[in-house]
Ligand binder design. Structure first.
Ligand code: DP6
Length: 359
């Protein structure tokens, strides 16, 4: 008999209110709520196939971009797979006619169509695609909601929980010690604000110096500014951002996005020893967008674009569609030698199955 298989893809999401800090490291519970925009599937996505077959030698195996990775006895991959197996086992206990996929060895193969770990949120799309493909293989769609799947993906990489949904997505940090209420919810579907587009400016595709997992805990341990951000900045900003999205108010969305990026990078600088994710090109892009917005506002028009940076030097610019040609022209003019990905990514639909179910 052929193996049972499923293939799913999941896009990258880029936060406009950043997650930075864990209150529980093993469970990946955040110190604050966050909010992101999921990009489309065409440019930055992970594609993952999962297969199960009784006849295979025991033990699960995983390949990432063609290279085998160890799943290990503990760790993030193991936690996600174990949780999904537990859900499948519950289904099999209810319906004894189902094949006992929970007992079969798994083979998982995942590919990114962009540089891994260059601050382009590869762990987010990677874990979201893994959880989607294994849950599709296990036929969990009727028993486990997308938010429940996001709770599982969160334990792979915090930001991954947000890539289970398309459009505008909040990760509710939650309060429960076991993490049961720490999951992603849809704020608005992508159709809500189709004019909003994203441009990725790939300043560098090198692996980042300080991985976010280590960097954020160093900030939690040493940065008084991060403590103030968590207590006094993020709650109001989540509120502002939700209202801006609901009203499709780009002025307010742009201000909150840029302020949050700057506040997050200020916390990185306030960390001891400091963490530098942005470089001179990143800062030149900030200056360009700020000047563009200032001039546009002085002329009576609104903000042209909003920049945001994750744990790396690459800029993500959000802008209404009609501003895209102007931004592209300026970026090309001021950075003639830079290797920019000038593709605008429409907001995307979150993780989705390109091939469903067991055969
Ligand atoms: C700056 O989700 O990569 O991109 O939970 O340790 O895997 P782990 O961290 P990760 O951190 C992402 C941090 C960020 C901000 C964000 O995406 O909200």
């Amino acid at each position: 008999m052929a193996p049972h298989t499923a293939t799913c893809s999941a896009p990258v999401n880029i936060a406009v209110v950043k997650y930075w800090g864990k209150r529980d490291v093993p469970l990946i519970l955040p110190t604050n709520d966050s909010l992101s925009v999921t990009l489309d599937q065409d440019h930055l996505r992970s594609l993952t196939s999962a297969a199960a077959d009784q006849a295979w030698p025991a033990g699960d195996r995983l390949w990432l971009n063609g290279v085998e990775e160890s799943i290990g006895e503990s760790g993030r991959l193991r936690t996600c797979i174990d949780e999904l197996r537990r859900e499948r086992r519950a289904l099999e206990e209810k319906d004894s006619s189902l094949p006992k996929l929970s007992t079969f060895p798994l083979r998982i193969c995942s590919e990114n169509n962009f540089p891994t770990a260059a601050g382009l949120a590869s762990s987010a799309s990677g874990f979201a695609a893994l959880v989607s493909s294994v849950s599709t293989l296990f036929e969990l769609s009727s028993s486990v909601s997308v938010s429940e799947l996001s709770r599982i993906a969160r334990q792979g990489s915090g930001s991954a929980c947000r890539s289970l949904f398309g459009g505008f997505v909040a990760w509710q940090g939650g309060e429960a010690a076991d993490g049961s209420d720490s999951l992603a919810v849809e704020v608005a579907p992508r159709e809500h604000w189709p004019e909003l587009q994203a441009l990725i400016c790939v300043v560098s595709d090198a692996k980042k110096g300080t991985p976010s997992t280590a960097g954020m805990q160093r900030s939690v341990a040493t940065s008084p500014l991060l403590a103030a951000r968590i207590a006094n900045v993020v709650p109001q900003r989540m509120d502002t951002m939700r209202k801006a999205i609901a009203a499709r108010d780009f002025e307010s969305f742009a201000d909150a996005t840029m302020q949050d990026s700057n506040n997050f990078h200020a916390c990185c600088l306030d960390t001891s020893p400091p963490i530098f994710y942005m470089n001179d090109v990143s800062r030149a892009i900030v200056a360009l967008v700020e000047e563009l917005n200032r001039a546009s506002r002085a002329a009576g028009s609104g903000a042209v674009a909003a920049y945001t940076y994750d744990a790396g030097p690459n800029a993500v610019l959000y802008a209404p569609k009609q501003n895209v040609p102007l931004i592209l022209q300026l970026v090309r003019h001021y950075f003639p030698n830079a290797d920019f990905d000038d593709t605008f990514n429409l907001l995307g639909a979150g993780a989705n199955a390109s091939h469903r179910g067991a055969q």
